[in-house]
Ligand binder design. Sequence first.
Ligand SMILES: O=C(O)CCC(=O)C(=O)O
Ligand SMILES: [Fe+2]
Length: 353
Amino acid sequence: MAGVPLLPADVLLSKRVQEMVLNGEEPPHLYVCREGDATQEVSSTLSSIPIIDFSLLSTSAPSSKQEEVLEQLRSALCSWGCFQAIGHGISSSFLDEIRQVAREFFLQPTEAKKKYAKGVTDFEGYGADPVPEEGQPLDWSDRLFLDAYPEDRRKPKLWPESPPSFRDVLEEYTVKMKKFTEIVSKAMAKSLSLEENCFLNQFGERGPLQARFNYYSCSERPDLVLGLKSHADGSGYTIILQDDVEGLQILKDNQWFTVPTISDALLVLMGDQMEIMTNGVFQSPVHRVVANSERERISVAMFYTPEPNKEIGPEEGLVNEERPKLFNKVKDYADIHWEYYQRGARALHVAKF
Ligand SMILES: O=C(O)CCC(=O)C(=O)O
Ligand SMILES: [Fe+2]
């Protein structure tokens, strides 16, 4: 476009996507990343992300049923690297509350949100991801990123005071997520016939939980931008709460599959570190968020990561003649992952044996 200056990424990132949309601005050049691939086929009918009912894993369920569900879990994580958890014991009214405080936070005037604003190179706070390497596209979304567990890692100044219940709701969600990670980590271990605490021991008791509230504004050009560029997570695993607007897609067998919205479900998605700990048995799937021209979308991602400075590696029980060791031990993998992510690349090869 003649006359429109091509602003550098750090200048663009100091401005919120939500504001650009409210002002009716076209996506600036660095957000444009899709010309050509927008017609890539998206499958949602042939097969779909597996749904796992955790209530059937409770000790009161018949053991044959528990075995059956563990097998479904193992199979889901081997082929998809993710599943939708239902029957997890977190009430739908509470899930609505966390969605609601997230929505209320983002719908406040810019001035109110600026109190929690991050600099363009910071991680935590309200804004966008730190400035990526030159040539990398920017995401058509805004976010609020907060350390949530352990408590002594929190930066209270960045925890919104409005809406007034935000802090209490996030605090309660964190407690529930901590319990949920214990249940999921044990179930995953059992599904692989491993000692049930093996993954929890690798994460460590102080394995961090980090909350990322994502706000995907509408875009008049969903064919040009992505809400979140395609990537695999650097976490151990990530628990995603969606609202009722679709947008998240998982890459499987070179096809994108849209994750259906199920109001009570939590999507559990393997990050690279679970792929390492399972010696490649569970997949860390590539995923992305497409933009929507009609409705904005909100999601809350909780990243669960091993303790800083703690070495993790393939479980010995998953290394044998048929499946030789694929990965070395690594520590602080999330940092290595981040460096590659900023260049638009995957980092898993760095951990290869
Ligand atoms: O918004 C979503 O549904 C996915 C978010 C995600 O993949 C991430 O934050 O890493
Ligand atoms: Fe992700």
